[in-house]
Structures are given as structure tokens and as C-alpha cells.
Design a binder for this molecule. Structure first.
Ligand code: GDP
Length: 590
């Protein structure tokens, strides 16, 4: 039997990630490594060779292969196994928890009110990163204000989160987003530290919180013989905050976090925006190496010189080492949120790398020029709001509301998600009928699909997607919506020509000549014909000639002949101006 191939994007993989990919308990992998003389933790990096040996030892029919599409420089932060020269790096800590349990207040206290309260309002994809110094040691904190940011962090930033502080209000207990945060932390193989907040409130009951976490979520506090650090705090009175930070540093010490502080910098884009007067402003989190002003950065299809390097407070930085959040001014175009960046010492290398990336990732629906009627069709379709019908099932009311809310957040002017039916409990035959009748997709969260219901769904051709992790469900819904997004129309100007003579005019054809006054002229593209300020028509360029020879392009300053295809008879005159352009549809994503 052929071995199953598992494609890995970089030359190394963490023990935790490998366990996930192999669908094995991480403890099994760790004990197998131990048998082979390797003492490893979940966050330890293995090279693919070692990983393959362990897979073979486990008698699994799996062959690891480095994904060829992955550009080794851009694929992963840890494209190396750290050697003895690697040094200790600060922990990257995400603060997560249910809404109103005090995440922002806690961040404010930890960062000494550096984060303006209310700043993170609204649900955005933005994750902000800050660094604080506690007892002389830096701690990097990620602020993830909402579901969307959670999901974004899971997609792109999971690997960089070392510790998750789960904030639970002592007067409210464990809530749906607390559970999500726990799941996120486990998926990211991050260490969990629980902050039981609002201990100053009269209704505070930390025992109840501990009980809930221990009995329902397998997080047992150390004082009950477990291994989860839980600290009682109050963001209001600041009680317990020092102990919480002591614990974060202790956990971080035990994790033995390392990175190189001599390599060229690499890391993750955590925010990118246009700012008046400054251009593209990008927030980055350095994961490895040292970032300095003057170096060149590539992030996906864009690159730029680090003109200005600032810290999270906007103060100039001479260098940014591992785990350091930094702001860079100097990118040519906006990189995408979550994209990896890599530093290069010269511009040529950086430009080539980003161009190569753009070539590989160009997502064009069609590169052909559209006729006006096709265009009209698409433009009209675009105006109609597209809608996806959904039947939603979840295990408990709390998660049902939470999933429905998260789905609603995906809506925009063009796309809507309509929940045509929802309920608590497993997927039933009634759900299938409802979905079939309304062309809906069934999304299930933590529910079962009985075999008889599954058969009915297959007969009725109803799509059912069941998840136990909210982010995965949301990601799936995003991909469904992306399919519906109409493509974006992009026009690209090529050049201009002034007509010097008209040689032939028939019903659908013009043969004329002129001088290129701007850019270039080429066959197979579209033109607009102008007389003064009036646009006469659009037409197609059939061929371009220079000195009686057909040519592929003619540049500014040169004379050429044109054969044009028009829709109706058009009397062109000397002095008319022709604008050359292409029209393409580019696939968009949410
Ligand atoms: P978030 O939604 O998790 O970021 O929660 P916030 O930090 O915005 O806090 C929600 C509310 O709880 C605010 O009114 C805070 O003033 C209040 N709050 C936060 N922490 C404490 C605390 O330790 N004690 C008390 N009494 N109130 C708190």
C-alpha cells in the first residue's frame, strides 16, 4: 500500500503540530521520542528527518514531504532548529476570555495603562501587540479583541503564542468564549495561565470557577494536585497582578523559549494600514533574528525598506529582537494581515522575492478583456446582495448563540448569512428537509450526525458540516462566502496615442495611424476613443503595425498603424485621442 504523504511547509515541525497532523495524542509522540533518546516538549522543533524516523518507529504509513510550493524563506518562522547560539526570548502572551470578564482592564493594568481603554472597540481582524517590562524582563502581550481576531490569530499567529492568559470573572464563571479560549490555547499548544478576575466583587467565588475548570475542562489548579496555574486577581484593585506576572515568567522559564538574535529578522504582520503623510504603516512581531532600520523586508507580494522602526509606543527603535512588537514605515504596498515577513540585506533580493511570490499567488479569475455586455452582467449581479442560507445546530444554547453571532459578523454590504433554522441537539431528519427546501448548508457545532440522517442528507444532496472548534466553523463559512464574492474589476492603463490619419472605415473596422504619446500600445487590448472631452466609443485593438510589420508593442514617441474592431460605424478624425487599457477580473476574498 502506498504511504500517505503529509506535506509540511517548512524544514521543521513542532512536536505538538506533528501530533495534530498525525492525529496522535502528543504524549504518545513524546514517549516515542523519549524511547529514541530525545527528550522533547510539545513546542520543540524536530527536523523532518527525525520526525520521519519516529513515524516509522510508530509503524505509521505516513511519509513526510517538504511542500514544494512553500518558499522556505517565507514559509515559517522556525525554518531552523535552534542551536547552542540561540538565546532566551521573551514570552508572547495572548490575553483571552469571555466578553466583559476584564481582558482590557487587565491589559491596562499590566501595561500600566499604555493601551488606551476603549481603543480596541468593535470587532476587527486587528491584533495589537505590546511589550511591558516586569522585574527587568520583557513580556509581549497580544490583544485579541473579538471572535474575528481570535480566528485570525488561530490561522496565522497560533505558532507565536507561547502562553494564553485565560481571564474568567470570579462572579460569572466559565462562559462560551472562555471555552473557546481554552480550545484555542490547546490547539496552539500554548501554556494556559488562568486569571480569576474581579476578586474584589461581592459575588466573587473563585472556588466555583476552579471547580468548573477542573470538572468540565480538565484544568485542575495546582493546589488541587493539578498542573494549571490559576491566580486570583482584581484589575480594579490591582491585587494579585504581580503574582500573575511572576507566574507568566515562571511558566515561560520552564518552556525554555529561544530564538536567534543574530539572524536576519523574520516574523508576522499583525496589522497594516495606510496613514496620511506616512504611507504604509505595518505592525510586526519579530519571531526570530534582529530587525534593524535600513534593511529590506518582504511580506508576501510586497516589499520595502525599513525607513522608520518604532516600538509599540511610537518611539524610534535601533533594533527589534525576538518577540518584540515593532512598527515599520517603508513598505511599498499594504501587506496582508497574518503574512510572514523576512528581512533581506539588499533591495534587489527583496524585490525578486516579492515578485516571485506575486507570480505564484496571482489569483485571476480571467485575464481576458470583457465585452461591455459581459461587464454589465457582472456589474448588475454584483449589486444584488448574495445570501447563504444556514441551518445551525449546537450542543448547548450558549454555543448556538455564540456561533450565530460569529456568523453574523461575517456579513457585509454584499453578502449575508441567513439562519433559516436553528436549535440545540443533534442534526435530525427535519433539519435535512428544511435545508433541502431552502437550499441551506447545515452547520453543526459539537453535535452528532446519526447514520440515518446522514443517508437522508446524501439523498437530498444537503451539505452538512460539523465542527467542534468554533474558529474552524467560521473559517469554513468564510470560504463559502468567498466563493460568492463577485470578482473585482481592475482596469490598467497602458498608454495613449494621437490619431494622425484615418485610412479605412467600414461598419466594424477602422484602420488608422498615429503617434504614441504615453506608455505603450499593443494588440489584444481595449481602447477608449476621445474627441476633446467627449468619449466616442470603446473598441478592440486587432493588430498594431510599425513600418508595415505587425508588432507586439510600440512605445512612447513612435508612430504606428492600428487595426481596430468597433461595434458600430465610427468616423474617426485626425486629432482624436486613443486610450489603451486592459480590463481584468480579480478574485476577492473576505
Ligand atoms: P473585556 O470585555 O474582557 O475586555 O472586559 P473589560 O476590561 O472591558 O471589563 C468589563 C467591565 O468589568 C468593565 O466595566 C470593567 O470596569 C469591569 N472590571 C474589569 N475588571 C474588574 C475587576 O477586577 N473588578 C471589578 N469590580 N470590575 C472589573
Amino acid at each position: 500500500m502506498a504511504k500517505k504523504k503529509l506535506f509540511i511547509a517548512s524544514a521543521v515541525i513542532t512536536v505538538g503540530e506533528l501530533a495534530t497532523q498525525l492525529n496522535l495524542p502528543v504524549t504518545r509522540l513524546i514517549s516515542e521520542l523519549f524511547k529514541n533518546g530525545i527528550v522533547a516538549t510539545v513546542n520543540q522543533w524536530l527536523d523532518l528527518e527525525t520526525a520521519q524516523i519516529i513515524i516509522d518507529e510508530l509503524n505509521l504509513d505516513v511519509e513526510l514531504e517538504k511542500s514544494s510550493a512553500a518558499d522556505s524563506a517565507l514559509a515559517s518562522k522556525h525554518d531552523r532548529v535552534y542551536d547552542d547560539t540561540a538565546t532566551k526570548r521573551p514570552p508572547v502572551v495572548a490575553v483571552m476570555g469571555h466578553v466583559d470578564h476584564g481582558k482590557t482592564s487587565l491589559m491596562d493594568v499590566i501595561l500600566d495603562a499604555k493601551v488606551a481603554s476603549g481603543e480596541a472597540g468593535g470587532i476587527t481582524q486587528h491584533i495589537s501587540a505590546h511589550q511591558t517590562i516586569y522585574k527587568g524582563l520583557p513580556i509581549t502581550l497580544l490583544d485579541t479583541p473579538g471572535h474575528e481576531a481570535f480566528s485570525a490569530l488561530r490561522q496565522h499567529g497560533a505558532a507565536l503564542t507561547d502562553i494564553v492568559i485565560i481571564v474568567v470573572a470570579a462572579d460569572d464563571g466559565v462562559k462560551p468564549q472562555t471555552i473557546e479560549a481554552i480550545k484555542f490555547a490547546r490547539q496552539a499548544h500554548a501554556k494556559i495561565v488562568v486569571a480569576i478576575n474581579k476578586m474584589d466583587k461581592p459575588g466573587a467565588d473563585s472556588n466555583r470557577v476552579k471547580q468548573q475548570l477542573a470538572t468540565e475542562h480538565e484544568l485542575t489548579p495546582e493546589e488541587w494536585g493539578g498542573n494549571t496555574v490559576m491566580v486570583e486577581v482584581s484589575a480594579k484593585t490591582k491585587e494579585g497582578i504581580d503574582k500573575l506576572l511572576d507566574m507568566v515568567l515562571l511558566v515561560s522559564d520552564l518552556e525554555d523559549l529561544k530564538a536567534s538574535d543574530t539572524d536576519a529578522a523574520e516574523g508576522l504582520v499583525i496589522e497594516a494600514r495606510m496613514q496620511q503623510g506616512q504611507g504604509v504603516v505595518v505592525s510586526l512581531l519579530v519571531e526570530n533574528g534582529i530587525l534593524t532600520p535600513g534593511s529590506y523586508l518582504v511580506a508576501g507580494g510586497t516589499y520595502g525598506k525599513v525607513r522608520t522602526l518604532l516600538d509599540d509606543m511610537g518611539k524610534p527603535l535601533a533594533k527589534a529582537g525576538p518577540s518584540r512588537p515593532a512598527t515599520v514605515i517603508g513598505f511599498k504596498k499594504l501587506p496582508k494581515f497574518g503574512e510572514r515577513f523576512v528581512a533581506f540585506s539588499n533591495e534587489k533580493q527583496a524585490r525578486q522575492k516579492s515578485e516571485q511570490y506575486s507570480m505564484q499567488h496571482r489569483e485571476e479569475v480571467s485575464s481576458q478583456n470583457m465585452s461591455s455586455s459581459e461587464l454589465l452582467d457582472i456589474m448588475t449581479k454584483r449589486k444584488e446582495k448574495q445570501s447563504v442560507n444556514i441551518v445551525l445546530k449546537a450542543d448547548v444554547q450558549g454555543s448556538l448563540t455564540s456561533v450565530a453571532d460569529s456568523l453574523r459578523m461575517l456579513e457585509n454590504d454584499e453578502l449575508s448569512m441567513k439562519v433559516v433554522g436553528s436549535g440545540v441537539g443533534d442534526v435530525t431528519e427535519n433539519d435535512i428537509r428544511l435545508a433541502a427546501g431552502s437550499h441551506a448548508i447545515i452547520y453543526g457545532f459539537n453535535v452528532q450526525l446519526p447514520p440515518a440522517v446522514k443517508r437522508l442528507a446524501q439523498r437530498e444532496k444537503v451539505t452538512i458540516r460539523i465542527f467542534s472548534i468554533i474558529y474552524e466553523l467560521i473559517d469554513d463559512a468564510v470560504s463559502v462566502l468567498n466563493e460568492l464574492l463577485s470578482p473585482e474589476l481592475v482596469e490598467k492603463e497602458l498608454g495613449e496615442l494621437v490619431v494622425k490619419g484615418v485610412f479605412r472605415t467600414t461598419k466594424n473596422e477602422i484602420v488608422c495611424g498615429g503617434q504614441v504619446t504615453k506608455g505603450k500600445v499593443q494588440p489584444g487590448v481595449l481602447i477608449r476613443i476621445w474627441r476633446g472631452k467627449e468619449q466616442l466609443s470603446e473598441a478592440d485593438v486587432i493588430s498594431v503595425q510599425r513600418q508595415q510589420q505587425e508588432v507586439k508593442e510600440v512605445f512612447e514617441g513612435e508612430m504606428c498603424g492600428l487595426q481596430l474592431k468597433t461595434k458600430t460605424k465610427l468616423l474617426m478624425e485626425e486629432g482624436d485621442r486613443i486610450e489603451f487599457f486592459t480590463r481584468e477580473f480579480i478574485k476577492r476574498t473576505l
